[in-house]
Design a protein around this ligand. Structure first.
Ligand code: PMP
Length: 337
């Protein structure tokens, strides 16, 4: 057998370099539904299986560069789970301890994963942001009380969106060979939509940046008419913001869509059964938003979105008939067989 050429090696010299450079894939069903090309950025292919590995790495490197983190120090973070998983991995790789504060309503898989990775897990009841017991405020207090600790503060630390300005946006631009008409995704911290939006606009200001908002979040109304007002609710984890975080401040949002859990689940089900992609609900909501944006931009347009995390993280919820029925959501037909 002839040896393959050695010109394009993909060996990386540090496990931290495994973060980013994720593949981009053309999504068949969504492209057909939109009448144009819909591409998905496979963020589930990061080592922590979500888009948040990038934010975790950039926040850690920023803290190190500012001299805030000493060897053997501690990183404390409040998170819906995925940032905690990314943070625990990068912290292990750099020799830090991780303390993660998480609402007890998040998926069982995320809690088990965090414990398995060695993070110290603090569960708090779900509470509104105005309540001092909210996971974000609890994590800040814990960081203040812990010797040698920093607070990662993903919502208002703009090292988060910088990850997407400096990595996700240029990757998408290169992978689409500079031919991209629109980008959309939902916001948790807002780091992804703001960072990718800013990064892409710097390459071509004509690219339409659209926010895809789940029900129960306040950003759709904010970008549509300036009013931070939430309506309805969603079971999607990791997205749904009620305020303008520092990461969202100045995000170049041209237009916005509001997407229901049912519409998001429709795409989660179809992408799994027709294209072999097992995703979480925020990815389905993003794809529904991308289809809406594609229809608006018209035939021949090229739209990209984010496939945020793996569905394996939601086996006890999204892929569990009992859970879906209890939430009044449709059950994927193959689950009732
Ligand atoms: N989807 C999932 C599953 C997430 O965990 C997050 C992060 N909270 C997001 C989407 C949104 O990403 P961002 O924080 O960059 O807005």
């Amino acid at each position: 057998m002839t040896a393959p050429p050695t010109t394009a090696p993909d060996a990386r010299t540090s496990t931290l370099d495994l973060i980013g450079n994720t593949p981009l894939v053309l999504l068949k069903g969504p492209s057909e539904a939109a009448g144009c090309e819909i591409w998905g950025k496979c963020e589930f292919a990061n080592p922590g299986a979500s888009v948040k590995d990038r934010a975790a790495l950039w926040i850690l490197r920023d803290a190190e560069a500012k001299g805030l983190l000493q060897p053997g120090g501690t990183i404390v973070e409040g998170t819906a789970g995925n940032t905690g998983i990314g943070m625990a991995l990068v912290a292990n790789a750099r020799g830090y301890r991780t303390i993660i504060v998480m609402p007890e309503t998040q998926s069982r898989e995320k809690m088990d994963t965090l414990r398995a990775l060695g993070a110290e897990l603090v569960l708090v009841p779900a509470a509104p942001f105005s309540n001092p017991a909210h996971f974000v405020h609890t994590s800040r207090r814990l960081a203040e009380e812990t010797e040698g600790a920093i607070w990662a503060n993903q919502f208002d630390n703009i090292a988060n969106r910088k990850a997407h300005i400096e990595s996700t946006a240029p990757e998408i631009w290169q992978q689409m060979e500079g031919r991209i008409d629109g980008f959309t995704c939902a916001a948790g911290t807002g780091g992804t939509i703001a960072g990718v939006g800013m990064g892409l606009k710097a390459f071509d200001e004509n690219i339409t940046i659209a926010l895809t908002d789940p029900h129960g979040a306040a950003l759709y109304n904010y970008y549509a008419n300036g009013e931070l007002k939430a309506e309805g609710s969603s079971v999607a984890e990791g997205i749904g913001q009620g305020r303008i975080t520092a990461n969202l401040d100045g995000a170049p949002i041209d237009t916005q869509f509001r997407i229901s859990d049912e519409d998001g689940l429709h795409w989660v089900g179809r992408l799994l059964s027709e294209e072999g992609l097992c995703l979480g609900l925020s990815s389905g909501i993003n794809v529904a938003g991308a289809v809406a944006l594609g229809r608006q931009l018209g035939a021949g347009s090229r739209v990209a979105t984010i496939l945020c995390d793996t569905g394996f993280r939601y086996l006890s919820s999204l892929y569990n008939p009992g859970w879906l029925e209890a939430k009044g959501l449709p059950v994927f037909p193959w689950l009732s067989r």
